[in-house]
Design a binder for this molecule. Structure first.
Ligand code: PLP
Length: 420
């Protein structure tokens, strides 16, 4: 019996987060024993070049000595207190210093918690219940965000999972990414308290927002008294040191973070303008709490990560150059083999679509050839290249990936392209 089969005997589907089960690409997931720099090794001793990097957090690769050292040092002093520690203050300062428009922060344990709490604050502050989200954006698995498009002309979402009451999702209006008219339509009812968006969408592969669209979205929120939330759980410290702010310079009212901010430990956070964040308990009436929030081990990992990022200002240029080398190579090889492909790169994030037209929204993304992606995934994994087991995910470059790693990836793609 394979380890995966054994895992299924005890853990639902053999995994603790669905995408890991390889359902959309087929085959069995390798079980990972260890990571080392840009590579991971499975329990059978196979080595893979890791383009997932724990789904984004590990921008310096696996087992970075500075982050590892910070974690070990913190562990030796006690793993949790449920009481304030100075490292929380230090990390808060390091984050807020980067964003002139964000005054106060709260740390939580995951991206899901960050977006769920940010929405509560936004609703509490605006006094309005409806929220707008965009098709193809993912913000974690809280009830009001698990929605898919309703039928016909309806803008409100329907639950995308059993167990989510439609009474909850009737307050979630769905708009189309990069389509400002669809947002205006949602605003018509006058009850929209907040808009949540991934300014650089990383959950329909990689689709950056158009600058004009984001700017108009900002204006619409201001005009309608709605709180604008940028969900930068993925793009934060990844698209650039200041996430989408480096790319667009647009100021959201609340920004959510996750992944990189915890250095690989479970951390989420949301930060916003003072007048909004002061409505949160214990300062204000909007409730939010957490036993392990601001956990000292996780905070120390995040602090080591942030300090290291800040002391290497050119790192994003280098990461982007490597991501571009990879994507340009994919384009060239695809062309030689008559394969339609579209690619996007923002900082250390990359995405590609087997599609004849560059996707601007989720409908376009859904026209991509996912069967071809599954084949690509299977063949590349066999050759030691670990890409996301779903066509709808973003890829990540880490600082310890060398040009020779990218060359090896391109050589492997060249080998398999004729059979795709
Ligand atoms: N928001 C975005 C943009 C994400 O990409 C994710 C996870 O991938 C989340 C929120 C949820 O974060 P978590 O999985 O830590 O709950």
């Amino acid at each position: 019996m394979s380890v995966f089969e054994e895992a299924k005997k005890y853990i639902v589907g053999g995994v603790n987060s669905p995408v890991r089960a390889f359902k959309s690409v087929g085959g069995e997931p390798p079980f990972i024993e260890k990571g080392e720099g840009a590579y991971i090794f499975d329990i059978n001793g196979n080595r893979y070049l890791d383009y997932i990097q724990s789904w984004g957090p590990l921008i310096f690769g696996h087992c970075d000595k500075d982050i590892e050292g910070a974690i070990c040092n913190a562990v030796s002093k006690g793993v949790s207190f449920g009481a304030p520690t100075t490292v929380e203050v230090e990390l808060a300062k390091e984050v807020l210093e980067l964003f002139p428009h964000l005054d106060l922060i709260r740390f939580v344990n995951s991206g899901t918690e960050a977006t769920m709490s940010a929405i509560r604050v936004a609703r509490g502050v605006s006094g309005k219940d409806d929220i707008i989200k965009f098709e193809g954006c993912y913000h974690g698995h809280s009830d009001s965000l698990l929605v898919s498009a309703g039928s016909g002309a309806a803008t409100f979402g329907t639950p995308s999972s059993p167990g989510v009451p439609s009474d909850f999702t009737k307050h979630t209006l769905l708009a189309k990414y990069n389509d400002i008219e669809s947002v205006k339509k949602c605003f018509e009812n006058g009850n929209v308290g907040c808009v949540i968006i991934e300014p650089i969408a990383g959950n329909m592969s990689l689709v950056p927002a158009e600058k004009e669209f984001l700017a108009e979205l900002r204006e619409l929120c201001t005009k309608n008294g709605a709180v604008l939330i940028f969900d930068e759980v993925m793009s934060g410290f990844r698209a650039g040191l200041r996430g989408s702010y480096d790319v667009y310079g647009i100021e959201a009212d609340i920004v959510t973070f996750g992944k990189v901010i915890g250095g690989g430990m479970p951390v989420g956070a949301f930060a916003g303008k003072r007048e909004i964040m002061e409505q949160l308990s214990p300062e204000g009436p909007i409730y939010q709490a957490g036993t392990l929030s601001g956990n000292p081990v996780a905070m120390n990992a995040g602090l080591a990560m942030l300090k290291k990022l800040k002391s290497n200002p050119d790192l994003y240029k280098d990461l982007e150059a490597k991501a571009k080398k990879l994507m340009n190579g994919f384009e060239e090889i695809s062309k030689e083999n008559g394969i339609d492909i579209q690619t996007n790169v923002v900082g250390s994030m990359f995405g590609f679509f087997f599609n004849s037209k560059k996707p601007k929204n989720f409908d376009d993304v859904n026209e991509s050839d996912t069967k071809r992606y599954a084949k690509f995934h299977f063949e590349m994994l066999k050759r030691g290249f670990y890409f996301a087991p779903s066509a709808y995910e973003t890829g990540f470059i880490c600082t310890v990936m060398r040009d020779s790693d990218i060359d090896a990836t391109l050589n492997a793609y060249k080998e398999i392209a004729p059979s795709l």
